[in-house]
Design a protein around this ligand. Structure first.
Ligand SMILES: Nc1nc2c(c(=O)[nH]1)N[C@H]1C(S)=C(S)[C@@H](COP(=O)(O)O)O[C@H]1N2
Ligand SMILES: [Mo]
Length: 252
């Protein structure tokens, strides 16, 4: 009896503490734990911060996106936009991407330019995940690639690192925080459904961020940089999509 009563008291105390924390000062926690998203200043600013901070505090960094089986792979796969039309990209394509390199710089111990052979030489992983576009369509595909966390280990990230920013050959760019960058389902994908990533899906290498909407999965990667602040990139809101008013943190 006594024990049960005490346990109840402890439990209600904990619940009250959680309630007070979530209700009164999630914003406070957010600002003290680097949980303010880069697009917090816009009209949805407070909402963006609360969504992002609540997700990071309550769900943790390691929640997994659902993985599917081969039988679930979509037969029709939509494409978003044409491949890059720049001279540089067309030259790389003509050379079957032999001269393609992924440049990695910023807050890293060893800046590098990795070739496709470098990437395919690292431990390969597969995932069958769902990719959803903010416009309403989606598909399930099997992706093969190297975990971004492995590549970040190779280059050696600085303790000040807070974001990884990705740049493509078509002037598309996006960034993710370290929780997503180091997440086991965040991939640099060079294979799709058992073949090389098709041209229109981001050849030769695209990012896959399984826990966020499709627009975070940057295609036609050319460079990534590790940084402690994205204030200096574009309009400072963390990506081309956030510049157009979409959420920087696009968790699903
Ligand atoms: N470089 C680049 N990456 C991009 C895009 C783009 O236009 N350029 N579109 C994004 C959007 S809005 C979506 S929904 C997905 C679509 O991926 P898919 O074309 O393989 O279906 O890619 C994302 N990555
Ligand atoms: Mo999209």
């Amino acid at each position: 009896m006594k024990n049960l009563a005490r346990r109840r008291l402890i439990a209600s105390g904990i619940i009250a503490a959680i309630g007070a924390t979530v209700g009164r000062s999630l914003y406070h926690i957010a600002s003290h734990n680097a949980l303010i998203p880069p697009d917090h200043g816009g009209i949805f600013g407070v909402g963006e911060t609360l969504t992002y901070a609540a997700q990071r505090v309550l769900a943790g960094d390691l929640s997994l996106a659902r993985e599917f089986s081969r039988g679930d792979i979509s037969r029709v796969i939509p494409v978003n936009g044409p491949p890059p039309e720049t001279e540089r990209y067309i030259r790389l394509l003509d050379g079957e991407f032999r001269d393609w390199r992924l440049r990695i710089d910023g807050l890293v111990a060893r800046p590098m330019s990795l070739s496709l052979a470098d990437l395919t030489g690292y431990p390969a992983h597969k995932q069958i995940t769902h990719q959803a576009c903010e416009e309403g369509w989606s598909f399930i595909a099997e992706w093969t690639g190297v975990r971004l966390s492995h590549v970040l280990d190779v280059v050696g990230i600085d303790s000040r690192a807070r974001y990884v920013v990705f740049f493509s050959f078509d002037d598309f760019w996006e960034s993710i925080d370290m929780a997503d960058a180091l997440h086991p389902q965040t991939f640099l994908a060079y294979g799709m459904n058992g073949a090389a990533v098709p041209l229109e899906h981001g050849a030769p290498v695209r990012l896959r961020v399984a826990r966020q909407l499709g627009y975070k999965s940057v295609k036609y990667l050319g460079r990534m940089t590790v940084t402690d602040s994205i204030a200096g990139f574009g309009k400072g809101v963390g990506g081309i999509n956030a510049e157009y008013g979409y959420s920087w943190w696009a968790g699903i």
